[in-house]
Design a protein around this ligand. Structure first.
Ligand code: 5RP
Length: 241
């Protein structure tokens, strides 16, 4: 059954409303990017107004920064607060192990840095994002690449069996430029059998700044339906610490 746009919005909003319950007075909050994360940022702004809680946000993108400002959330930085209490972010795909593909909004590098700095990572998504394995339905994996390295990185990604597209900008001719001044290559590998291994192999390529594979970073996920929200909890794997 194909859901209407309104139904998907409701799923995202329901997931966001569960996730913001993890935020308490005085928290430093990592602010994710994308439409689902934006609902969480709005809900946090509401909680500040209604409940009077005081929080500060660390945005993972220019978009998250704008939404936070629009909703009255004071901004801070990783320099001032290197440890984040909780980050709430969206995902393009998530598996039962809470492995993720992220970067649909080109914010993957900062999203991963913010997640890495967080004591608790909460992912929110609509039902369509839940999959049995990463790469299902030929979902692409975004790979952020330094412009100088674009050609050799593309050659290597093709050699690894990937189907590549350099992501094009909207409203500007030519490739998209990330918030870090890099290009993005969207790569389809089909079913990703070992996301941790693929992530490391991709990151070993000189010029690859980051990948959209998030492995062992997520603690909790909320997947929204129209009338309910499913909660997933995993023990965070020690890939990074
Ligand atoms: C941005 C992301 C987003 O969180 C992801 O693309 C999901 O977006 P949306 O909530 O709009 O479906 O990773 O880089």
């Amino acid at each position: 059954m194909k859901l209407s746009k309104d139904h998907i919005v409701l799923q995202k909003q329901n997931a966001a409303l569960e996730a913001v319950k993890h935020v308490h007075d005085g928290f430093i909050v990592g602010l994710g990017s994308g439409s689902t994360a934006a609902f969480a940022i709005e809900a946090l702004g509401e909680r500040m107004k209604i409940e009077g809680i005081k929080i500060m946000g660390i945005p993972s993108s220019y978009q998250a920064f704008q939404v936070a400002i629009d909703n009255g959330i004071p901004i801070t930085t990783l320099e001032e607060h290197p440890v984040i209490d909780v980050t709430i972010d969206g995902a393009d795909q998530l598996t039962p192990e809470l492995y993720l593909i992220k970067g649909g909004g080109a914010a993957l590098a900062r999203e991963k840095i913010v997640a890495f700095a967080s004591k608790l990572n909460v992912i929110i998504a609509d039902l369509g994002k839940k999959v049995a394995f990463l790469g299902a339905n030929d979902q692409f994996i975004p790979v952020e690449v330094m412009p100088f390295a674009l050609s050799p990185v593309k050659r290597k990604l093709a050699e690894m069996g990937g189907m590549l597209t350099v992501r094009e900008a909207k409203g500007k001719l030519g490739p998209i430029i990330t918030d870090n001044g890099n290009a993005l290559v969207d790569v389809v590998f089909g079913e990703v059998k070992n996301p941790a291994e693929l992530n490391v192999s991709l990151k070993m390529i000189p010029g690859v700044a980051e990948t959209g594979l998030f492995v062992g970073l997520t603690d909790v996920a909320y997947v929204g339906s129209v009338n309910s929200v499913e909660k997933f909890v995993v023990e965070r794997k020690q890939f990074y610490f």
